[in-house]
Design a protein around this ligand. Structure first.
Ligand code: FES
Length: 150
């Protein structure tokens, strides 16, 4: 193939490289009971999808955001309808159990978390694969919690 042939093929590949975006609707029930139906991007985690729409699920971390290893179990949400959500993997389930048991995390001891319910998922683990999920958020991140003193 000539160098011109390569250029032509690369150009054809780049022209085809349109990002695919599939919107899925997910209903978030906020702590005050307000329901918000959002169009969110397929493959996003619940945490990312909510955050991209101005709803920041509390992860219990002082500065917000997710833990680096996905094992803190603090981003727990309640799934009222699991339609369109990825299946729970063992790692996610163990992370919830460790939080409930108060197993040390990141080398530090911690208090035991609230009891586990059958419909609990971790917001940073559960992925959106289609429409229809209904998610109850127990607590939103409070940005005032990180404000410094005067
Ligand atoms: S933020 Fe730590 S497990 Fe989700």
């Amino acid at each position: 193939m000539s160098r011109f042939g390569i250029r032509k093929r690369l150009r054809a590949m780049l022209d085809r490289a349109e990002p695919e975006y599939t919107a899925c609707n997910v209903t978030f029930v906020l702590p005050d009971g307000t329901k918000t139906v959002l169009d969110v991007e397929e493959h996003y985690s619940l945490l990312m999808a909510a955050d991209a729409n101005g709803i920041t699920i509390s992860t219990g971390r002082r500065a917000g955001g997710t833990c680096p290893d996905g094992r803190c179990g603090l981003c727990r949400v309640e799934v009222l309808d699991a339609s369109g959500l990825s299946a729970m993997k063992d790692f996610e389930s163990r992370s919830i159990d460790d939080h409930v048991a108060g197993t040390p995390h990141e080398g530090r001891p911690r208090e035991a978390g609230p009891p586990r319910k059958d419909n609990h998922r971790l917001g940073c683990h559960a992925k959106i694969r289609g429409s229809g999920a209904v998610i109850k958020i127990p607590e939103l991140f409070d940005p005032d919690s990180i404000k410094g003193g005067d």
